[in-house]
Design a protein around this ligand. Structure first.
Ligand code: 3HC
Length: 372
């Protein structure tokens, strides 16, 4: 820790810079501002930053409409948010920098070089990366000890989980600081001590979304059956395709590509997902994905449930849990907790696996591997 500097005490933190005003960036800026911090949100153009700001206005209006916050609180929140297009303008006075830019290592490196120039000595840098290695990212910045993963879930305002991920160079102080900050903004942190591709939730969830797509692609089941089995059988709040649209099909595919690169071919994205990206229909954020949000009413029918699909998808999750536990990335109870808070699944998938019977799930997995 050659370049170790004393970081800010949590009590002294007032200013947070959020780099990136996209789907996650603007949602994070909203959460942080609602919690009372002053936020500067930055993106590369006036247009992008304005679009993000409008996203915050839309969301706050929804919360007011549903009686979840008052008009006064909504207005005060907006008053705490300013937008800029330069990194210097965003971070030169910041106590915390949250990076939420696209998931490209080269882009992140470029931005970190700039961050390094203007970052105050007391500040920490937290990345919202959905799967990239925190250690590798931290090596692109001159203060790796003050760098940590802070992974939010979509939509940030609604999902209570934050994964706090320590890289090899993250100091204990930074990790503790990030955990306290997550609590301070009203979230439930789950600590991920081992920097592993996809961390906990994406490592389990994206293979599930991928398997759902493979079932349709290989004509082993229909979309309606999967949606019903996932929502009413596995107890997720949404169907798998609805959830892919929510997460962003581009984001899900990116995570899968990364898992493939780091862990093996079996994680490669299904062509059905890739086709959606080629068409530009990447999900809810563009108005169209598997559903068309300008006209479709999502109506998932409970009678479409399929036990075979439920068991197959439960086996898929159990398999990833076993790998995480084997590699000591997290304990079973933390995995179940993270999945419940990060995806809204009713019962932890490990507990669910116990209920179905590990032997039965093992048999299903053997059949999948035998047929591929
Ligand atoms: N701000 C404010 N309101 C919002 C919103 C937002 N960002 N997003 C949606 N809403 C609104 C909807 O428009 C809808 O309003 P309407 O009824 O007027 O149309 C309303 O919220 C829906 O509210 P409900 O009470 O019916 O639903 P809930 O609030 O109970 O649940 C949900 C909504 C939280 C999105 C729920 O469906 C859910 O938990 N879905 C699962 C999402 C999930 O799994 N996310 C994690 C994905 S993984 C990830 O993000 C990691 C990343 O790295 C890929």
């Amino acid at each position: 820790m050659g370049n170790y500097k004393q970081i800010m005490e949590m009590e002294g933190v007032t200013k947070v810079a959020v780099l990136g005003a996209g789907n996650m960036g603007h949602g994070i800026a909203e959460v942080v501002a609602i919690a009372g911090f002053t936020v500067v949100m930055r993106d590369i153009t006036e247009e992008l930053v304005q679009k993000g700001y409008e996203g915050i206005v839309w969301s706050l209006n929804k919360l007011v409409e549903k009686g979840q916050i008052s008009e006064k609180k909504s207005k005060e929140t907006l008053d705490r948010i300013t937008t800029v297009v330069t990194i210097e303008g965003a971070i030169s006075d910041a106590d915390i920098v949250i990076e939420a830019i696209p998931e490209r290592m080269d882009l992140k490196r470029e931005v970190y070089k700039e961050v390094e120039k203007y970052l105050p000595d007391r500040a920490v840098v937290l990345s919202n990366t959905s799967s990239l290695s925190i250690t590798e990212l931290s090596e692109a910045i001159g203060c790796p000890d003050r760098f940590c993963g802070l992974h939010f879930f979509n939509p940030p305002i609604k999902m209570p989980l934050i994964e706090v991920i320590s890289g090899d160079h993250t100091s204990e102080e930074t990790f503790e600081f990030a955990t306290q900050f997550a609590k301070k903004i009203g979230k439930f942190p789950v600590n991920v001590y081992k920097d592993s591709p996809g961390f906990i939730v994406n490592r389990i969830l994206t293979p599930l979304l991928n398997e759902a797509a493979w079932i349709v692609y290989e004509k082993r089941g229909k979309i309606q059956e999967i949606e019903s089995s996932v929502k009413y059988g596995l107890g997720l709040p949404m169907g798998a395709f609805e959830l892919s649209d929510q997460v962003g099909i581009d984001v899900a595919v990116h995570v899968l590509e990364y898992l493939r690169e780091k862990l093996g071919e079996e994680y490669g994205p299904c062509p059905l997902l890739v086709e959606k990206i080629e068409e530009g229909n990447v999900g809810r954020k563009v108005g169209k994905g598997f559903y068309d949000y300008s006209k479709d009413v999502i109506d998932i029918q409970v009678e479409m449930r399929s036990e075979t699909i439920e068991i197959l998808l439960a086996a898929c999750m159990a398999n990833e849990i076993a790998k995480l536990v084997e590699k000591e990335v997290a304990e079973v109870k933390d995995i179940d907790q993270a999945m419940k808070l990060g995806t809204g699944i009713e019962k932890g998938p490990a507990k669910m696996a116990d209920g179905i019977g590990i032997g039965k799930l093992y048999q299903v997995l053997l059949e999948i591997y035998d047929s591929t």
